[in-house]
Design a protein around this ligand. Structure first.
Ligand SMILES: Nc1ncnc2c1ncn2[C@@H]1O[C@H](COP(=O)(O)OP(=O)(O)OP(=O)(O)O)[C@@H](O)[C@H]1O
Ligand SMILES: O=P(O)(O)OC[C@H]1O[C@H](OP(=O)(O)OP(=O)(O)O)[C@H](O)[C@@H]1O
Ligand SMILES: [Mg+2]
Length: 297
């Protein structure tokens, strides 16, 4: 295949992952001019273009070298690696991206008894993930019949075409609506940046490295908060002990109030109301929690 000098990323054309993926790339400094048919988006600043496709096609496009990277659910990537991609070059999950969170679970009709995977022996299980389900059953040493369906898996027990199902669950609403009960989780999933295990060594490889660095920064800051507060010197130790993880806080003097300090701390995750109330009780006041937009260590 002719080598390209521009990086090409495959992502979902229209679905759950589309908006968050575009938003993430934008925060990495990548913007795109959408073509009229919206299947190929030309990158405006950096040499990075987008291919907009059905999510199921993304791992195959990477394996064939049509795209260098893809943004896709771990469920789709792992299923591909276990089935269609079994003989091809291995694909790798380069980064978890923190959106599109869901799980692949086994669910059974409310009234069906379930203790463990062995309860499924001899049963028919409907799924769109025969590879992942097959592996889980094999690992558990259970012999069951996997019924592969493209969608609407949750209806199969009602139709009498399966005894149990294995499908994606997020809120659990679809299971409840179909009188099903989640009994085992096979995979915790989220959107990931997928690519070949061996990245290209030309300019595209350099661009991928740059993108990974920016992604790490963006993911880290999206989870980070800057906590600002004022405290007396005497309460400093008690306040500091309650700070949510992260590097050492910075202390600044407060003009005209020698016994007071301004404290600045980078927190690795959310700071809850409860944590703030505890810190306040320890002697802090004038507290602010700020989102972090960019970070370059
Ligand atoms: N209910 C859910 N909540 C959160 N994430 C989900 C949920 N269902 C699926 N996902 C994740 O989002 C991905 C895309 O889901 P979506 O329903 O948009 O896919 P699709 O219908 O297969 O779309 P396509 O038309 O691209 O094939 C899934 O592969 C999974 O990783
Ligand atoms: O636990 P919940 O929050 O109810 O989400 C789970 C449902 O979401 C997905 O379906 P989707 O809504 O995308 O429908 P589709 O599979 O027909 O596209 C998935 O296949 C489940 O059916
Ligand atoms: Mg799909």
């Amino acid at each position: 295949m002719k080598t390209r000098d521009r990086l090409r990323i495959a992502m979902q054309k229209s679905g759950r992952l589309t908006e968050p993926a575009l938003d993430l790339l934008k925060r990495c400094g990548l913007t795109f001019r959408q073509s009229r048919d919206k299947l190929f988006c030309f990158g405006e600043g950096e040499p990075v273009d987008l291919l907009l496709v059905r999510d199921d096609d993304i791992p195959g496009l990477i394996e064939q070298g049509v795209c260098d990277l893809g943004i896709v659910g771990r469920n789709v990537l792992d299923e591909f690696s276990l089935t269609a991609g079994i003989d091809g070059a291995p694909l790798k999950e380069w980064r978890p991206l923190g959106f599109g969170r869901c799980r692949l679970s086994v669910a059974v009709p409310q009234e069906m008894a379930y203790e463990s995977a062995t309860s499924l022996a001899g049963q028919r299980i409907a799924t769109s993930y025969p590879g992942l389900l097959g592996r889980w059953l094999r690992d558990a040493g259970v012999d069951a019949q996997v019924v592969t369906l493209a969608g609407s898996v949750e209806i199969a027990p009602k139709l009498g075409t399966a005894d149990a199902i294995c499908d994606l669950v997020q809120s659990g609403g679809t299971l409840v609506a179909n009188q099903l009960r989640e009994v085992d989780v096979l995979l915790e999933s989220e959107a990931v940046l997928a690519g070949p295990e061996a990245l290209p060594t030309d300019e595209r490889g350099d661009m991928i490295e740059l993108l990974l660095k920016r992604l790490d920064g963006v993911i880290q800051v999206s989870e980070s908060r800057l906590l600002l507060l004022q405290t007396s010197r005497s309460a400093l130790e008690a306040v500091t002990r309650l700070l949510p993880g992260g590097p050492q806080p910075t202390l600044l003097p407060v003009a005209g109030q020698p016994d007071q300090l301004m404290l600045q701390a980078l927190c690795a995750g959310e700071v809850s109301w409860r944590q703030l109330e505890e810190i306040k009780k320890a002697g802090a006041r004038e507290m602010f929690v700020l989102p972090v937009e960019k970070m370059l260590a």
